[in-house]
Design a protein. Structure first.
Ligand code: ADP
Length: 239
């Protein structure tokens, strides 16, 4: 193969990849509007129907909600990867965000009988990050920590101010991650097939989004985990 035809092939592959991701993105957008209608109307139906019919409407509502979340996360990732995600940098006190996330995740925690805790220092340096994006990332990690823990465990969000970095650890004492899966959990659509977590619903997109959104702001996302003992996901921002 000549160098020229090799380069032509690579360009073709790149073009096809771009076309593919553009196509998926257009389809996802097109699906979002009808899905939002189904979500709203199935909620009304589930509140007004009774018996079996109410049950059917609730199932439609729950499954549509899952699909809408999937589409939103997928579109969020595509936006970051195509360089279209705006980053609104402002001066942020992470203590506020950690508290807001703890409050927002209480209903899910109560439903799953998980005890949500925060561990924040008296003082924390203000850092320059995108507030909404970071809040969404910490929320996703707390949601995962709840989802992948059996009942009656603690989920702790710890905030630390360490010399030239600020560190947020989301700690759980749940199912943990097998060593062979640790390198794959940030890949798009990867879901661990471990016995205890295989029936928990998800798309395998959440951590891809968190990693890309944190790196977009100059931060880092790391994980340490022991199977059957628990996991710690850490976001590190330079000051
Ligand atoms: P989803 O939860 O939708 O499957 P994620 O991208 O958020 O997708 O996570 C990918 C996989 O990583 C999950 O399917 C699960 O196997 C594993 N995982 C993520 N967070 C945790 C956690 N806190 N404890 C144990 N496993 C986790």
């Amino acid at each position: 193969m000549t160098k020229k035809s090799f380069l032509n092939d690579i360009t073709k592959i790149k073009e096809l990849e771009l076309l593919k991701s553009h196509l998926i993105s257009v389809v996802s957008h097109e699906l979002k509007n009808p899905m939002t209608s189904i979500l709203g109307f199935s909620e009304i139906l589930s509140k007004n129907l009774t018996g079996k019919m109410q049950n059917f409407a609730s199932i439609i509502n729950r499954e549509t909600e899952r699909l809408v979340r999937f589409l939103n996360t997928f579109l969020d990732i595509t936006r970051i990867e195509e360089g279209r995600q705006p980053v609104k940098l402002t001066q942020v006190n992470l203590k506020e965000i950690v508290d807001e996330v703890a409050n927002a995740s209480k209903p899910i925690a109560v439903m799953n009988r998980i005890n949500i805790q925060t561990d924040v220092p008296e003082y924390i340096d203000i850092i320059t990050i995108d507030r909404d994006l970071t809040k969404q990332c910490i929320f996703n990690l707390v949601e995962n920590a709840i989802k992948y823990s059996p009942q009656d465990r603690d989920v702790i969000t710890r905030l630390q101010d360490l010399n030239d970095i600020v560190r947020i650890d989301v700690i759980d004492h749940g199912y943990g991650i097998k060593e062979e899966d640790l390198g794959k959990i940030f890949d798009k659509f990867f879901r661990s097939s471990s016995e205890k977590t295989k029936n928990i619903k998800g798309s395998g997109l959440g951590l891809t989004f968190v990693k890309e959104a944190i790196e977009l702001q100059g931060g880092q996302l790391t994980v340490s985990s022991k199977y059957n003992e628990g996991s710690t996901f850490s976001i590190i921002f330079p000051k």
